[in-house]
Design a protein around this ligand. Structure first.
Ligand code: C5P
Length: 294
């Protein structure tokens, strides 16, 4: 049996995020198109005889039993009756509470990693169930690439893969609470008819155009209280982005560029202005699955 394993934990953006209505369980019914990107944390899991331990180089990440990677291993042990311990070391590069799915990705990567480390095969259905219990975005990170998420986001289907080589992720340096973002959606943003038109348009334009027509229903309500997000969008467009949009519940904005030079120039201008700015590209499902275990 392996004594340790290294895993890549990729970030995501949302090409679309349509909120339909609030459900009886308190979650919002969504239609979203998720996309994994090249920015990633690295996670190292060592098999031990002791308890589950989390070590992380980012002080904003809790290292106790509330950590999603901790909960992932605990859930896997519960499902299989395993009594093995694990030391989980997380090297963060994905900003925390930033709309890039960092915590959810860490949980899914840890689930896959611990399963491989302990040679546990719970079956895909059970793995999806454990992942969905950890958070709405976690099942997506079991497949990666471009995928449609429905329900509260936890029911995922791979779709045609979108390629975008020149993305710039920009974070203004404050965290946004996901429950608060959803709570501020006072009106039901989209009727089913409007949503159908939206997807029909997407289908007509072709999925390769998605990066340029990306939309996010949470953007307006989050910008209402965090106006710097609008400023980041403006800056990205004035620096040559063809399109700029907030990811998930924010505050990270992604800019879609045409070429490497413009992206690089925008990255250095935004760094100089004090922003966290990181170039990235899309990672399709095939690359995701081929590179998650290093
Ligand atoms: O599923 P997850 O724990 O990531 O969700 C965090 C919070 O975001 C939920 O407690 C809920 O307030 C909000 N949420 C929602 N509808 C969704 C997903 C998340 O209202 N589809």
């Amino acid at each position: 049996m392996l004594s340790s394993i290294q895993i890549r934990s990729y970030a995501k953006i949302n090409w679309t995020l349509d909120v339909l209505h609030k459900r009886e369980d308190g979650y919002h019914e969504l239609r979203t198109i998720y996309q994994t990107v090249s920015l990633h944390d690295t996670i190292s899991i060592a098999d031990t005889d002791g308890p589950i331990e989390i070590i992380c180089d980012d002080p904003r990440v809790p290292c106790d039993e509330t950590n999603l990677a901790f909960r992932a291993v605990a859930a896997l042990r519960q499902a299989t009756g395993s009594t093995r311990g694990a030391r989980i070391e997380i090297n963060k590069r994905i900003p925390v509470a930033a709309g890039l799915g960092g915590g959810s990705s860490n949980a899914a990567a840890t689930l896959l990693g611990a399963g491989k480390l302990w040679q546990i095969d719970v079956g895909y259905g059970e793995l999806i169930k454990i992942a969905a219990g950890l958070g709405s975005d976690v099942p997506f990170f079991l497949i990666g690439g471009t995928a449609l998420g429905i329900g509260r986001g936890e029911e995922v289907y791979p779709i045609e893969q979108v390629k975008s080589e020149h993305l710039l992720l920009v974070n203004p340096g404050f965290a946004v609470s996901t429950p608060e973002a959803y709570a501020r959606l006072s009106r039901l943003t989209r009727s089913k008819a409007a949503l159908n038109i939206h997807f029909t348009l997407l289908a007509a334009k072709g999925i390769s155009d998605l990066p340029l027509v990306a939309t996010n229903d949470l953007e307006e309500v989050v910008i209402a209280t965090h106006q710097e997000i609008a400023e980041v969008k403006r800056r990205l467009v004035s620096l040559g982005a063809r399109h700029a949009l907030m990811s998930g519940s924010g505050a990270t904005v992604f800019g879609v560029f045409d070429n490497s030079q413009t992206t690089e120039r925008a990255a250095s201008m935004l760094h100089a202005a004090g922003y966290w700015a990181q170039r990235a590209r899309t990672v399709d499902a095939r690359e995701y699955q081929a590179t998650i275990f290093q």
